[in-house]
Design a protein around this ligand. Structure first.
Ligand code: AMP
Ligand code: ZN
Length: 482
């Protein structure tokens, strides 16, 4: 049951639009990927969980999906708006390592998080440094009409395209005021598409160009990689909501220059038909940042005993356009909910799914699920539909399994690959091993059999003191107290 028309919120028009593919039966999606100068924080990973759910939903709706995510290994400055240093170079200097080694290390760390969160592999990971010749070609194509050269690089003149900044809705004095001025810029919002290596210096990463040795600007990279792999216009471009303000307006301006220069009343002129943005994961103290020293990594959650998919579930519990506040209590609640779901699918573990068979008991929940996902990816409601399907009783197990698998293919929790034991991760700070816990529980069982309740209580209290909660009657009998 996948009949509900898919509506997605287009940041460019600030409205819900029914998805109409540009190429019949296909969906082509580009997601701005990480800058691999550091570990991603879990806020960054929210952006990829969102893009993954979007991709899975397009697949559920029957479109042949081509998803591209880039890896930025050059050109992203410490300030999105053309100021500061290259993030990669800065980290390499701090660590006294080569940029290539830094990029490789953090790319692998990012991919580990991608796998841990059940984010599907895109059709292609485009790595910025693999596309530099195409970037130079793209820049050459727009240089005469849209750019001007300064000592520090080739700059894009935003007054040469119609509707600059429409995506941000913020070409106000405020918006421009944030942009650090570069001597000689024609407009405050103009940005470098090629950054020249200063005379007398050598950068670790630099390439020849008609404007001298240097490196591409970050915005140029995404225009080139998305266009090169997906072809302009493609269907959907995604990123975090911060990209709506500077990075994506600049990509759009370049795409207009490259394709047509026309205005944005026709979204196709922006290079993509739909621009989608996830809202931020925030900490009570404010926005999360990996540039500011300490930050929450997925590995930290795991070290504390939280399964990474509890974090995925936490993301799904909020609509992607809402801000989501991170808390350990919230993560704990998501883990408990995930455990219930995993227990719910437990009895179906060995039942062969019957995808072709239907059962009237599932029709309403399937319709609810489909309508929720079609309504701009309303995962909070879709999750309740999944739980309602799990609660359906007295039906053929094979049919039930097929229904749950279908829904889970969209939500990506991988319920059939998880056991309750998988979700019980030993916190790094634990002072006791699983084997010692099992031994203590065996002693407790003997004490209870001998009706020695004092001894039995003492064992329970000792375990509690070591962060282990004993649960009478539960088949597994104990949990880490997180
Ligand atoms: P970066 O590696 O800094 O380019 O960021 C990678 C992605 O994470 C981008 O799409 C950002 O917009 C997104 N992002 C950054 N911080 C957050 C956050 N706190 N919550 C959600 N998404 C974020
Ligand atoms: Zn980008």
């Amino acid at each position: 049951m996948t009949d509900a028309p898919l509506k997605l919120f287009n940041s460019l028009t600030r409205s819900l639009e029914v998805f109409e593919p540009i190429h019949a039966g296909e969906a082509r999606v580009y997601t701005c990927g990480p800058t691999v100068y550091n570990y991603p924080h879990i806020g960054n990973m929210r952006a990829y969980v969102f893009a993954d759910v979007l991709g899975r939903t397009l697949s559920w709706k029957g479109y042949k999906l081509t998803h591209v995510i880039n890896i930025t290994d050059v050109g992203h400055l410490t300030d999105d708006a053309d100021a500061g240093e290259d993030k990669m170079e800065k980290m390499a200097a701090e660590r006294a390592q080569s940029i290539w080694d830094i990029a490789e290390h953090y790319k692998q760390a990012y991919w580990a998080d991608v796998r841990a969160l059940n984010i599907r592999e895109p059709a292609q990971w485009t790595v910025a440094t693999d596309f530099v010749p195409q970037m130079v070609e793209f820049a050459k194509g727009i240089a005469d009409k849209h750019c001007y050269e300064l000592g520090s690089g080739l700059y894009f003149d935003v007054s040469t395209v119609a509707d600059y900044g429409r995506l941000a809705r913020a070409v106000t004095e405020d918006g421009e005021g944030r942009i650090e001025s570069v001597e000689g810029k024609r407009n405050a919002a103009d940005f470098a598409i090629w950054r020249k290596t200063p005379a007398g210096e050598t950068r670790q990463m630099e390439w020849d160009s008609p404007w001298g040795k240097g490196a591409p600007g970050w915005h140029l990279e995404c225009s080139v990689m998305s266009g090169a792999v997906l072809g302009f216009p493609f269907d959907i471009h995604t990123g975090g909501i911060d990209h709506r303000e500077i990075h994506h307006p600049n990509e759009i301006a370049q795409n207009q220059a490259h394709c047509c220069t026309n205005g944005l009343d026709d979204p196709k002129n922006s290079g993509a038909r739909i621009w989608m943005h996830n809202n931020f994961l925030v900490e009570r103290s404010g926005k999360m940042s990996k540039s500011s020293g300490e930050f929450l990594r997925l590995q930290l959650l795991i070290d504390k005993g939280y399964h990474p998919l509890a974090y995925r579930l936490m993301c799904l519990q909020a609509h992607y356009r809402s801000e989501l506040e991170f808390s350990w209590e919230g993560l704990g609640a998501a883990l408990t909910r995930l455990k219930r779901m995993v227990m719910g699918v437990g009895p179906l573990a060995d039942v062969p799914p019957q995808p072709e068979a239907e059962h009237p008991k599932f029709a309403p929940v399937l319709a609810k699920f489909d309508e929720a996902m079609a309504d701009d990816l309303n995962t909070p409601i879709a999750l309740t539909a999944l739980e309602e399907a799990l609660a359906v009783k007295k039906v053929d197990g094979g049919i039930k399994r097929a229904v749950i698998e279908d829904m889970d293919a969209v939500l990506g929790l991988g319920l059939f690959n998880l056991t309750r034991a998988d979700l019980r991760i030993r916190p790094k700070s634990a002072t006791i091993t699983e084997a010692e816990i099992e031994t203590a529980l065996a002693r407790r069982k003997e004490a209870r059999a001998a009706k020695d309740f004092a001894a039995s209580d003492a064992i329970r209290d000792e375990l509690a003191a070591q962060g282990v909660e004993v649960m009478d009657g539960d088949p597994l009998g104990w949990e880490w107290r997180l």
